[in-house]
Design a protein around this ligand. Structure first.
Ligand SMILES: *[C@@H]1O[C@H](CO)[C@@H](O)[C@H](O)[C@H]1NC(C)=O
Ligand SMILES: *[C@@H]1O[C@H](CO)[C@@H](O)[C@H](O)[C@H]1NC(C)=O
Ligand SMILES: *[C@@H]1O[C@H](CO)[C@@H](O)[C@H](O)[C@H]1NC(C)=O
Ligand SMILES: *[C@@H]1O[C@H](CO)[C@@H](O)[C@H](O)[C@H]1NC(C)=O
Ligand SMILES: *[C@@H]1O[C@H](CO)[C@@H](O)[C@H](O)[C@H]1NC(C)=O
Ligand SMILES: *[C@@H]1O[C@H](CO)[C@@H](O)[C@H](O)[C@H]1NC(C)=O
Length: 475
């Protein structure tokens, strides 16, 4: 203990450092009202990245009918493995978890799978269906021989007091499993209700996004590294864009910005996208002060037969001053946003903005997004930029994210045993769906591109949320 007396200046700067660290942490900490983290098949609670996953063997666990399930432990875990992936719960019969919901609204549901090999069972042999609140989330699902970790993420609107997750073996003699489950309230502004339908007829709106079941199929940090749940404001994973970028890498430049991101009223909040996503981008490079007439394009494999919510994140970290950025945005070859002028929307550089598009099923198995110059693009300006993309599959007309069979039929496919406990929950939804198909509704939006920037404010209650962001941006 030589340095009991720190020089005064040091103590002072230490204080400032501690204070600014604390305020940085508190700015980015979202605390969900509903926050259920469950470690399945484990007898003890497990902490991952400061988040406590509760054992589902507790008497007050959300797991119902546990006598029909078996806990399983990996006897030979890798020394580097994360604890929650070394235990699983096995379902030989339809079984369910019911999570109490305090606050109605969009909830994020994550299911974690790791098909480990235990002395008495190889989980890669499991095949099963998963239902979430009456939607088919997974059908005939099998992790297969991949020993990697598989995480499935959904956004589900819950207005009842429960989120119910059911596991149904694909057939008698088969079984389902899961290693961990998260059911968390989503930030209020995360899923806005309206998006722009891109189908060739310009200016059509898709309304009712919050009431769709969404499954995240791609979440990309363009031009940047992988962002892990630890570094994301709502524990998401963002992966780099390399494998999806189709245009020549010579045309684009990866950007990294070291300054501060300005989260502002009307733009994207930290929960919509973290600093890590907005601080990196890919831009179309001007050569010799002249506009190069090319698009930058990414292609994402998707399943046919579904609509997709395509969220594109923009943050002008490339311009040297305001007013030098103009570009077009295309989805599946359709002009989705004409002459996006970030400066006029955000009024300041390095301020994030996002747009939600809804892509119709085009049965090509590929979803394509591009950015490219417009006739307003300037030499020495930025010909196109993209910071992030999220692609979310929307439930189809029978309420499924995995095929044409609705939840009631999935349960009925189970040949024997007492499933009557599960049927009433989903029956209502299937009935409702049949009606909804008949009434398939779309609302035609206004022919006013300026309305696009106002999208996020259409969420009820978002105002106060943005207000906070605004204040914290000034702190
Ligand atoms: C699962 O696969 C079988 C065999 O291909 C098929 O008959 C059944 O309809 C599928 N179930 C679901 C829920 O998709
Ligand atoms: C979080 O981000 C920091 C800064 O980029 C990085 O050093 C760290 O490895 C990341 N942590 C995780 C768990 O990804
Ligand atoms: C840019 O200018 C340099 C020198 O003026 C020239 O050698 C080069 O070919 C030009 N590049 C392009 C892509 O036009
Ligand atoms: C960019 O892509 C769109 C849609 O495919 C196309 O109409 C446009 O001509 C392309 N622009 C350039 C510069 O290639
Ligand atoms: C720019 O393009 C728009 C539509 O694509 C067109 O209406 C406008 O006339 C063009 N302007 C110029 C200067 O070419
Ligand atoms: C998704 O399911 C809901 C019923 O919960 C239904 O109203 C909606 O039309 C479905 N979405 C699509 C795109 O068919």
């Amino acid at each position: 203990m030589e340095e009991t007396h720190l020089p005064r200046a040091h103590t002072f700067s230490l204080l400032i450092l501690t204070f600014s660290l604390l305020s940085t942490l508190s700015l980015s900490t979202f605390s969900p009202t509903d926050n259920h983290l469950i470690s399945c098949g484990s007898t003890v609670d497990t902490t991952v990245d400061n988040r406590r996953f509760i054992s589902d063997s507790n008497p007050d666990s959300p797991l119902l009918s546990s006598e029909q399930t078996t806990p399983l432990t990996n006897q030979n875990p890798s020394p580097y493995s994360v604890e929650i992936y070394n235990s699983a719960r096995i379902f030989k019969k339809p079984s369910k978890y019911a999570f109490e919901i305090k606050e109605p609204g969009t909830h994020m549901v994550r299911l974690h799978f790791h098909a480990f090999f235990s002395s008495n069972l190889d989980l890669s042999g499991a095949q099963f269906h998963v239902l979430v609140n009456g939607y088919v989330a997974l059908s005939n699902f099998s992790v297969g021989k991949v020993r990697d970790i598989v995480v499935k993420e959904y956004f589900i609107w819950a207005d009842s007091d429960k989120v119910v997750i059911s596991f149904v073996p694909a057939k008698n003699g088969n079984y389902g499993f899961v290693n961990a489950i998260e059911v968390i309230s989503a930030p209020k502004d995360l899923i806005a209700d309206a998006g722009f339908l891109v189908n060739g007829n310009k200016d059509e709106k898709f309304v009712g996004l919050t009431k769709q079941a969404l499954e995240t199929v791609h979440r990309i940090n363009v031009g940047g590294p992988k962002v892990t749940p630890f570094n994301d404001t709502v524990w998401r994973t963002w992966i780099p864009d390399y494998e999806f970028l189709k245009s020549s890498k010579d045309l684009s430049k990866q950007m990294y910005f070291d300054g501060r991101i300005h989260y502002q009223y009307g733009g994207a909040s930290r929960e919509v996208g973290p600093d890590f996503v907005y601080k990196t981008a890919r831009v179309i490079t001007n050569t010799n002060g002249s506009v190069i007439n090319v698009n930058m394009t990414w292609e994402f494999p998707v399943d046919e037969g579904y609509k997709y919510l395509v969220r594109m994140h923009f943050c002008d970290i490339a311009s040297i001053s305001l007013g030098l950025i103009h570009f077009n945005v295309y989805v599946n070859g359709y002009l989705a946003y004409e002459d996006l002028d970030l400066s006029s929307i955000t009024d300041t550089l390095a301020s994030p903005f996002y747009v939600d598009f809804v892509a119709d099923d085009d049965s090509s198995g590929v979803l394509r997004v591009s950015v490219g110059p417009t006739n307003k693009t300037m030499a020495y300006g930025v010909d196109g930029i993209l910071n992030g993309v999220e692609i979310m599959k929307m439930n189809n007309s029978v309420g499924s994210l995995g095929g044409k069979i609705c939840a009631v039929m999935v349960l009925k496919s189970w040949p024997r045993g007492n499933i009557s406990v599960l049927v009433p929950i989903v029956a209502g939804v299937c009935l409702f769906l049949s009606l909804a198909v008949l009434m398939h509704r779309r609302t035609v939006g206004r022919r006013n591109p300026a309305a696009w920037s106002k999208l996020p404010t259409e969420v009820p209650g978002a105002g106060s949320n943005y207000g906070n962001q605004h204040l914290s941006g000034k702190a």
